[in-house]
Design a protein around this ligand. Structure first.
Ligand SMILES: Cc1cc2nc3c(=O)[nH]c(=O)nc-3n(C[C@H](O)[C@H](O)[C@H](O)COP(=O)(O)O)c2cc1C
Length: 395
């Protein structure tokens, strides 16, 4: 592993922090681009009231000088503006408020409350939910933005869009109906990150219907990485395979319960001749694929085609019409706790998924083109690109 990061922070605590280690020296960083990604994560139709309170901004406190990385660990912080409403409840020191406030004893089915409470034997489940909350993903998006900027030096771009909300799917597919390089502009044009403007109204109606019913929705997002050469990742070890690393990263996102490379689940119903991408030569004599059903990965290694991964988000577990549970204090049947919550966070999940994919790709990139400075990495990449081009033509 060339890159690693850790985040900390509770949802209503003073703020979030991340430390990102392994970024080579000399990478020019654009702070406004980091903040723009944080804003994207805050948006999306279907979010709850919390996102109107927060104005996420990244504050870099280490590892960067005059806009360039130093090769030392990068530290970034994001303040929780809502903390002012929770100061005594979430104070790192001092005594808890008397009488107790916002104690959670009725675990929400589907959230981390009960499992985390049992693990730590907490009676106040707030001790679990404050960290399990997806507020943490803001720190990941800041880290992902640095990874994205590193990849950008090499012309690698990571884009995403929403494929479905609840049972409603976007019918347009990439690249059959929408070219890879149109994805960013199309998904940025609406707050559900849809490629198809016609799908927007029915999906908004579906979210509003769930809201009225005190219910929630999930969906599927697709992330695409463009500009990757063949040869990133490894076919050699289970833990180095790029598909496995992407799966780990995507499944670590709160509420993501499934992922696929390309159309893996649909492919499992088809014959091999309908799934595998035939190899040919392009007019310049280079080896090329006629299709990209594999989603850009074979044997855990990029094959030079765009990388395509999907993540399935379950419906959120905080319901305004709560499900049945057992209250830990009384031991009696009760309704689950209600926190301020989103109805649907699929577009935001897409932004987080892009960040996690960017991180995994930047990590695998630095393994392949290792260097202490960005110039070393560029030189190593250029040398490889020349060699692989020669190999492709002569093979
Ligand atoms: C961007 C984003 C926003 C989320 N917002 C909420 C929310 O408002 N309410 C909720 O109950 N869960 C929300 N979640 C999901 C929970 O954080 C998640 O379900 C919970 O931590 C339990 O983890 P698990 O679903 O991965 O098992 C969100 C997830 C993401 C990625």
């Amino acid at each position: 592993m060339a890159l690693r990061f850790l985040t900390s922070g509770e949802s209503h605590g003073p703020g979030l922090s991340a430390i990102l280690d392994g970024v080579p020296a000399g990478l020019e960083l654009d702070l406004a681009a980091v903040d723009a990604e944080l804003r994207r994560r805050q948006g999306g139709y279907g979010r709850g009231g919390r996102m109107t309170i927060e104005k996420d901004r990244a504050q870099f406190t280490a590892g960067v000088r005059h806009g360039r990385t130093l090769g030392s660990p990068i530290a970034v912080q994001i303040a929780n503006l809502d903390h002012r409403n929770w100061e005594s409840i979430m104070a790192p020191f001092g005594t808890p408020p008397e009488p107790p406030q916002r104690v959670v004893t009725a675990p929400r089915p589907g959230h981390a409350d009960l499992a985390g409470g049992a693990k730590h034997r907490f009676m106040d489940l707030r001790n679990v939910l404050e960290r399990a909350s997806a507020r943490e993903t803001a720190a990941r998006v800041a880290v992902g933005s640095v990874a994205r900027q590193l990849l950008g030096v090499f012309g690698v771009d990571v884009v995403g869009h929403t494929r479905s909300i609840g049972a409603l799917q976007v019918s347009l597919r990439v690249p059959e109906d929408v070219a890879y390089d149109e994805v960013r502009a199309r998904s940025a044009a609406n707050d559900l990150a849809l490629l198809d403007a016609q799908a927007y109204e029915p999906m908004v109606a579906e979210i509003e219907s769930a809201r009225r019913d005190g219910d929630t929705l999930g969906g599927v997002v697709e992330v695409i990485a463009l500009g990757l050469p063949a040869g990133i990742g490894s076919h050699v070890h289970w833990d180095r395979k790029l598909d496995a690393r992407l799966g780990h990263a995507l499944l670590s996102i709160p509420a993501v319960k499934g992922c696929e490379i390309g159309e893996a689940f649909a492919h499992a119903t088809r014959r091999g001749s309908q799934v595998h991408d035939e190899v040919s030569r392009d007019p310049g004599g280079r080896l090329r694929r006629r299709s990209n059903r594999a989603g850009g990965l074979e044997g855990g290694v990029t094959n030079g085609e765009p990388l395509v991964v999907r993540a399935a988000m379950k419906p959120l577990s905080t319901l305004m019409k709560p499900l049945e549970t057992v209250d830990l204090r009384s031991g009696e049947a009760s309704r689950a706790a209600v926190e301020r919550s989103d109805v649907c966070a699929v577009p935001a999940c897409g932004v987080v998924a892009e960040a996690m994919v960017a991180f995994v790709l930047a990590d695998a990139w630095l393994e392949k083109f290792a260097g202490d400075s960005i110039e070393d990495v560029i030189a190593s990449w250029q040398r490889y690109m020349q060699e692989v081009e020669r190999w492709s033509r002569s093979s």
